[in-house]
Design a protein around this ligand. Structure first.
Ligand code: ACO
Length: 325
């Protein structure tokens, strides 16, 4: 019996031009290239220019994804944008991108789950496409974290960067087997008891300012690997697949040690792990689609491959998705 699945038709990304290396950062805060690389694997990050907003980054990534899919924007009837750094408190940054793309039908909205945002947005779009509410979705992760960093706090400012990535998802009938293309399963989790471990100390309803990112790095690290591997085990249970079946593991790019620790615990070979944290740093909701775009462009991810995505971030929130490309 055929079933309706959300199939990836295209992927695209955009990075701001300006690159800041660890050495350059060490001229303004008390840090070093050696410390940052040893603790995080990060070498450099891209930072948005003055006047370059999250919507600009997301729009470029969306255009690249549509070009990759060889599709016209007018086919899109759903935009789900994951971001914690919207252009404005409202309207949703997704509607700015919708208007810039000339789309006048369907719906566009933002999803806020911090670093897990892309997995939450993917899962949301997948539910709408499979239910028949919409047919073609742009799922975008776009962030300008540089705007909410305290550039005097060496414990956080060295970790993040700006960027955007996007995929085009289209509802298609599939045979209904393990070999189906498309999103096979998604699993989302949140636990607000951890909300004070990674947060922004401002907001429209509290301080009336955007605020700055604050983090208990060790606490985040302590929980990350366990949460990530739990939610991946959920994906395995739901599909019958396991680490041996995975062609590519594309994790949220927070920190090299978290990525390596998760892959090791799951028994995923290092050669199957897509890593971009060295060049992009942590771009929050943008990190997974940015990594996907890199691995598709360089020929690693091919149609038919089984791709495992996961993320964990502020809230805490965490989630996984298993996608046959
Ligand atoms: N440069 C040099 N020294 C630093 C820096 C820096 N940038 N930042 C902190 N230090 C110092 C601290 O002051 C401390 O010095 P002290 O011993 O004299 O007090 C020392 O380094 C150790 O500090 P810790 O915070 O204990 O360092 P730790 O080994 O835990 O590494 C890090 C910090 C990299 C943040 C780590 O905790 C981590 O990776 N946590 C996960 C956080 C993360 O990835 N967050 C991303 C957002 S959430 C997500 O996306 C999953």
């Amino acid at each position: 019996m055929s079933i309706r699945r959300s199939v990836v038709r295209g992927v695209g990304a955009y990075l701001p031009k300006r690159v800041i290396t660890n050495d350059e950062l060490s001229q303004t805060v008390d840090t070093s290239d050696a410390w940052i690389q040893q603790r995080t694997g990060i070498r450099e990050r891209h930072i948005a220019a003055e006047g370059e907003f999250t919507s600009h980054l997301g729009l470029q990534a969306a255009r690249a994804a549509l070009a990759d899919a060889k599709m016209d924007a007018r086919e899109v009837d759903l935009i789900v944008l994951a971001t914690s750094t919207p252009d404005q408190t409202f309207p949703a940054t997704a509607v700015t991108i919708q208007a810039e793309l000339g789309i006048q039908k369907g719906a566009a909205f933002d999803v806020q789950a911090v670093c897990s945002g892309f997995v939450f947005a993917l899962s949301t779009a997948d539910q709408y496409l499979r239910s028949g509410s919409f047919n073609t979705a742009l799922v975008i992760g776009a962030e300008t974290f540089s705007r909410i960093l305290d550039w005097k706090d060496r414990g956080t400012c060295v970790l993040f960067g700006d960027g955007a990535g996007a995929i085009v998802l289209q509802a298609m009938d599939q045979p209904g087997t393990r070999e189906d293309r498309g999103v096979l399963t998604t699993h989302l989790r949140s636990d607000g008891r951890h909300r004070d471990k990674l947060f922004v100390d401002g907001g429209p309803s509290t301080t009336g300012t955007a605020g700055y990112l604050r983090m208990e790095g060790r606490e985040v690290f302590r929980h990350a690997v366990g949460m990530i591997t739990d939610v991946i085990e959920d994906a395995y249970k739901a599909t019958g697949y396991d680490s041996n079946d995975i062609d590519w593991f594309v994790p949220h790019q927070a920190n090299r040690r978290i990525i390596d620790g998760s892959a090791k615990k799951l028994g995923i070979a290092p050669s199957k792990v897509v890593t971009t944290v060295d060049r992009h740093a942590n771009t929050s909701a943008a990190s997974i689609p940015l990594a996907l775009a890199v691995a598709v462009k360089d020929g690693r991810i091919k149609p038919g491959h089984l791709v495992l995505l996961e993320a964990m971030g502020g809230g805490f929130t965490w989630g996984s998705a298993l996608v046959r490309w």
